[in-house]
Unconditional design. Structure first.
Length: 451
């Protein structure tokens, strides 16, 4: 879909390009011979580019629309047949109205222009209806906002162009013949809208990330501080544990409840120290070939054992092998599965998946049917010590650690979440490069920067 969107955008922009070439006079006065016929080069280029715009652009837009509604997956045979049939009029127009004379069609043959205009408008409707139908059908889908944004960016300038170019000419509104050039303002506005979403939610598989660096500070200052705090806590915990044990032996009447609170707090801080030591230290990878199914199975059995919900594991292709650090990657999956179970409670569906959409990328997914993550928290969940829970079990280090491990493997994590009552849940997708040479000792600091 991305590729055909790019093709459509290129073809539909030819209108401005051909106008610039012709009226700029770049090739003015140059004569060429084409099939033993003499042409002025600027007029020949203008006619050919006009033919590309009038004949070829809209079939490509319809192909984009078919990809948008996933017809290539749902009805592959019908999809291939339609892709061929869509371009039949292109061949017919090329035979009836030669590409070298397309520029003269609006002036010399009004009937021919009417046919071409109706052809483009009908193809515009043919492209728009599947997109709108798909949006209505998937309005409760977790990806609806993204797909709505894609359709807005595609359809708004398209229909402005169709109406201001063909409809205006059909109605012979000569004062509005150049109104189509206003599309530049629409596209500028959509571009700014697009960039805004690139930084916020991402679009079309891309997302820009802002990273701020303090060039005046010492890069090791933060991890040194963390290590100092952890070392101090360990020493103080030893003292607290000794005191609580001594008080236990004294058997002070009525002090059991207070001792339990103290022991629970000591245990909580000890767990915090243990995780801080494990999750904030440098990531050292020991890469091996790991069977994807065994990795997912181990994480499910270790974390979801005894859970009452439904656990589904899907690996495509079966027997797939991933080169990664088994211990770190399993710990990442344990964290994600644990978070998923917490979000779902006693029941739900947990999906663990592995697939290779391309030969150079592997996707590991952990999906749940839990309550979802608020949109305001999505951009903060990977921050160190940030937690969406108020209990003592969640310390805000698990996702930070997961991101650092995946980055150490040269990849990144995608998060998709919905809190709608009809379709709630969260999906974490680990994107791991395949075949990339990764150092066996990759260090990642607390800001997630690879060294």
């Amino acid at each position: 879909m991305n590729q055909w969107a790019c093709i459509c955008g290129f073809l539909l922009s030819i209108g401005v390009f051909k106008e610039y070439i012709y009226y700029r006079g770049i090739f003015e006065g140059i004569q060429v011979t084409f099939f033993q016929v003499d042409y002025a080069l600027d007029e020949l280029l203008n006619s050919i580019l006009t033919a590309v715009l009038y004949y070829l652009a809209m079939p490509c837009v319809v192909v984009f629309s078919l990809y948008f509604c996933r017809m290539d997956r749902r009805h592959p045979s019908l999809f291939r047949m339609l892709c061929v049939l869509l371009f039949v009029p292109v061949v017919c127009f090329g035979m009836l109205y030669p590409w070298s004379q397309t520029r003269e069609i609006p002036l010399s043959d009004p009937m021919a222009y009417t046919v071409v205009a109706v052809y483009n408008l009908l193809y515009g409707i043919l492209a728009t209806v599947p997109i709108l139908f798909t949006l209505i059908k998937e309005r409760k889908d977790i990806r609806f906002r993204q797909r709505r944004l894609v359709s807005l960016i595609a359809l708004l300038p398209l229909w402005y162009w169709l109406l201001t170019l063909f409809l205006v000419h059909l109605l012979e509104l000569e004062s509005l013949y150049k109104l189509w050039q206003g599309n530049a303002l629409i596209i500028l506005g959509l571009f700014l809208y697009y960039v805004r979403h690139l930084f916020r939610d991402g679009i079309w598989g891309m997302r820009l990330n802002r990273v701020h660096f303090d060039w005046t500070g010492e890069t090791e200052q933060v991890p040194e501080n963390i290590r100092y705090v952890i070392h101090m806590l360990k020493n103080e915990l030893i003292k607290l544990e000794m005191c609580t044990n001594s008080l236990r032996r004294m058997k002070i009447p009525g002090a059991d409840r207070e001792l339990e609170i103290m022991e629970h707090s000591v245990g909580h801080i000890q767990e915090f120290v243990r995780r801080s030591n494990s999750y904030t230290q440098k990531i050292m990878l020991s890469l091996t070939d790991v069977k994807a199914e065994e990795l997912l199975q181990a994480a499910a059995e270790e974390t979801a054992h005894g859970w009452k919900g439904n656990v589904e594991i899907c690996v495509d292709p079966p027997g797939a092998v991933l080169r990664c650090d088994y211990s770190h990657m399993k710990e990442v999956l344990n964290n994600l599965v644990g978070n998923a179970l917490d979000a779902m409670g006693e029941d739900g569906t947990l999906e663990l998946g592995y697939r290779k959409p391309r030969k150079n990328i592997a996707l590991i997914s952990v999906r749940d049917t839990g309550r979802g993550i608020p949109e305001s928290q999505i951009n903060h969940i990977f921050e160190l010590y940030h937690s969406g829970y108020s209990d003592g079990r969640h310390m805000g280090m698990g996702l930070y650690y997961c991101q650092n491990v995946v980055r150490a493997h040269g990849g990144y994590i995608q998060v998709k979440s919905s809190m709608s009552p009809e379709n709630h849940g969260t999906a974490f997708i680990l994107c791991i490069p395949v075949g990339r040479n990764i150092s066996a000792e990759t260090e990642t600091d607390e800001n997630g920067t690879d060294h």
